[in-house]
Design a protein around this ligand. Structure first.
Ligand code: SF4
Ligand code: SF4
Length: 287
């Protein structure tokens, strides 16, 4: 462990277990349900589950792209599981979630890029859980209008697409994506009348001015909600950590986001793009 890999004191888990968390924890175990919250060992699980919010991964555990910060394996995905949307919707129902985030791997191996899978999952969650909000975090579908049209047509409460980093280092960090194309996906979602959201991961080599610029680009592209997070290196094979952003800087950035005009922003060392997502959506909707 090099000094830079050592976590600063503010990266620590607040393990406060409330009654809702405890109930969900035993239910998920009993029913054998799968959530990103547990499987990625997310530090926010006590808070999110207490609010009846959770995240699900669709499309399998192999991604056709390779981002330098991501712990999901790159490889040949398993065949499409057409029952997956129903299984996720059933999990949401059993967990009595108020708000569910759905994300998934890029499926460039499929003719529709996985558009049906993403859209059908939103449709099924809504069908089985009329009161539950759905946040859909998508890959870029190469900005293909037919694929995006199908996905947008499923009408998630929030459509998220993460740009993650700034233009100068983008190609290195997300070789399968393009900065401008990602902004375009957000613009298209907004033009379709959806509430949009994105994320920036800090500590991968960007500088302060570049962060501000990326925030302005996102706002201009029509992004409503923003999360700003600290990069944590999943393994030695992943992009090295460049710096630990101090808690004060995260506070400044969230103020800056509001000043730029975002409807809502969450920014902090342990924030994830799905952190208290329902709360952020609600906050913005009330504005
Ligand atoms: Fe990870 Fe998404 Fe990149 Fe695939 S496309 S490697 S799931 S961040
Ligand atoms: Fe789950 Fe996301 Fe909350 Fe982590 S931040 S506990 S993954 S909903």
């Amino acid at each position: 462990e090099t000094p830079i890999e050592r976590k600063p004191p503010w990266i620590k888990i607040k393990a406060k277990m409330g009654p809702e968390y405890s109930e969900l924890h035993s239910l998920v175990k009993r029913e054998g349900l799968h959530t990103v919250c547990q499987e990625a060992g997310c530090p926010n699980i006590y808070e999110c589950w207490e609010d009846r919010e959770a995240t699900f991964l669709i499309g399998g555990d192999q991604c056709t792209r390779r981002c330098d910060f991501c712990q999901i394996a790159t490889g040949k995905p398993s065949p499409l599981d057409r029952l997956e949307p129903t299984k996720v919707a059933e999990s949401v129902r059993k967990m009595e979630l108020r708000y569910a985030t759905v994300t998934g791997v890029a499926r460039d191996d499929l003719d529709d890029g996985g558009a049906w899978l993403y859209a059908e999952t939103v449709r099924k969650i809504h069908e089985l859980n009329p009161g539950t909000g759905v946040e859909l975090l998508i890959p870029d579908f190469n900005s293909d209008d037919d694929q995006l049209g199908e996905v947008f047509g499923s009408r998630p409460e929030v459509l998220a697409h993460n740009i993650e980093t700034v233009p100068r280092i983008f190609k290195r960090i997300r070789p399968g994506f393009r900065y401008e194309r990602s902004l375009e996906v957000i613009s298209k979602a907004r033009a379709d009348g959806l509430v949009t959201k994105s994320n920036l991961i800090l500590g991968m080599g960007e500088d302060r001015a570049e962060i501000s610029e990326a925030m302005r680009d996102l706002h201009e592209a029509g992004c409503d909600l923003l999360t700003i997070t600290q990069y944590l290196r999943p393994s030695k094979l992943h992009h090295p950590i460049d710096r630990w952003v101090r808690p004060e800087e995260f506070v400044e950035l969230s103020e800056e986001a509001e000043a730029i005009g975002f409807a809502g922003a969450m920014s902090g060392p342990l924030v994830r793009s799905s952190y208290r997502a329902g709360r952020l959506y609600q906050q913005a909707a009330e504005k």
